[in-house]
Design a binder for this molecule. Sequence first.
Ligand SMILES: Nc1ncnc2c1ncn2[C@@H]1O[C@H](COP(=O)(O)OP(=O)(O)OP(=O)(O)O)[C@@H](O)[C@H]1O
Length: 630
Amino acid sequence: MNKQKKTTYSFKSETKELMQLMIHSLYSNKEIFLRELISNASDAIDKLRYFNISSSVENKNDQFEIKILIDTINNQLTIIDNGIGMNEKELIENLGTIAKSGTKNFLKSLKKEKLKENNLIGKFGVGFYSSFIVSKKVLVHTKSAIDSNSEGLLWESSGSGDYSIKYLKKETIGTSITLQLKEKEKEFLEEWKIKNTVNKYSDHINVPILLKIVKKEKKEKEKKEEKNIWKKINQAQALWTKQQSQISDLEYIKFYKHITNDSQDPLIWSHNKVEGEKEYISLLYIPKIAPWDLWNRDNKKGLKLYVKRIFIMDDAEQFLPNYLRFVRGLIDSNDLPLNISREILQDNHIINSLKKVITKRILKLLNNMLVNNKENYIEFWKQFGAILKEGPAEDPINKETISKLLLFTSINNKSKEQTILLKDYVKNMPSHQEKIYFVTAESYEAAVNSPLLEVFKEKSIDVLLLSERIDEWMMNYLTEFENKKFQSVSKSDDSLNKLFSENKNKESTIEKKFTSFIEDIKKILGNKVEDVRITYRLTNSPSVLLTNENAMSTQMAKLFLSAGQKVPPIKYILEINPKHKLIKKISSIQDTEELNEWIQLLFEQALLIEKGNLTNPNQFISRINKLLIS
Ligand SMILES: Nc1ncnc2c1ncn2[C@@H]1O[C@H](COP(=O)(O)OP(=O)(O)OP(=O)(O)O)[C@@H](O)[C@H]1O
């Protein structure tokens, strides 16, 4: 850079837009700018600390601090750090564009829905630009610790359309951000206001935060006394290193909000210090509300990783299985090397064993919540249950523990809400019931009204109703609970015959009577079906479709199809209800063509109930109409 020249750049149009929106929408929470700037300063210090230990820098500074200077003479507030600093390229990239997807999403949702401001602050780190809420001009004076060419740069902007960068020598490494406050924002020159704000948002910052005020009206003597007096205004101790008994709930909550940007309190947390063969501290939180991007593949997940109190990285995914990706918090290990990289994290035995203990710890935490406060647990389940359901497939070792944490709804529950544990279901099973029955369908309504359940309802045998996308997948892995096998009611199974067949003699007479009718149906439907038979599981419906024990179920086929995979057409077993009036009527039809129409209709009806749609609905309707007027 030419040392004499000042270069002016234009903000990208979306940056301009964001700043305007932010100034207006976050105005009632304007003090958060301080949280953002302190958090950036603390990040910059973490980065330098890490850089120092992972490279062979001489004269390392280990006196890290963040200073806040209140200058009442010039109406300015300056936040100073001795962190990593920035070179020219970084200044342009970091403070001139919106590189972060979080900020982009912030912008989008501001435009789309008028979400409550507080929600927005929680959902997105609003970042450096929030300084323009209170400032007419912002000056960033910075010197990079890494780039030896960088002697100092001054970034300046009034936030309206452009910013400039010029060379300006800086003695010390780090960044100082000066906010020239707008006329009406003078409250930020008050000591109590800054102290309160730091206390509210940034108390747990690991680095000392020092405050100094420069006042106009001080007498000479006082001025001298006050000179160079920086008062520490935070605790500056890593919260997780303190004894649990010395940390209040409020401190745990504040810390959670600091590391997650969540505006809600966490639901529960678990803080553990383990000494001995393995030494680590973990502080794990379960959020109350699922983040907006939880289902997004690129969503950030994982724990903050510290090694011997030094921040190493955010979002270290390797410590959590995927089905616990909603857990937030940190791990501080004494056993990992300080220069650990993301690559090493992939396959490291210390990490693997930490992952195991953390997984067990979280499952235990969830179980405690379930036992001690089921209401809270149900709230948790509503937010994250569908993710925990990935557990049986992903984690065979903990499958049993996970299955104790699953909540279901069932026929007897008479509500959509999932509140039933498997242990309760099993406890209420009549003695002659051998298996745990379940049905999977596209929606709760489709499940609870499925004709497959008619006889279960009549005989008061409960069936679990599963209607979330993940359920079919989960049930492939959930095979047993307390020695009871799971059985889909849409698959043919002997235990059902045992459960429901009443009078063997009577049934065999009926079967004889229907033999030729069944043969007719088989002929008419040909290879559309695998088999046709009599059933006693229906009461109100004339027919129903099942699949063979080993065949793919309808819901599974739908899952594959929606993932763009090809599946062979399912061959169903058609079961007919011999007591149903319609079946009695059809079985007595002599005219071959009419019989054909009725049988096709019977099949299509059952197919519609099973699949929720038909390949050729038009044909189905014409058939009904034809039969109605005949
Ligand atoms: N005091 C600082 N020292 C060094 N770099 C900084 C400093 N403040 C900001 N930056 C750089 O500018 C970038 C953008 O900052 P900004 O506050 O807008 O977003 P962020 O901190 O990355 O994300 P978020 O605020 O969402 O957590 C930072 O990622 C960092 O690289």
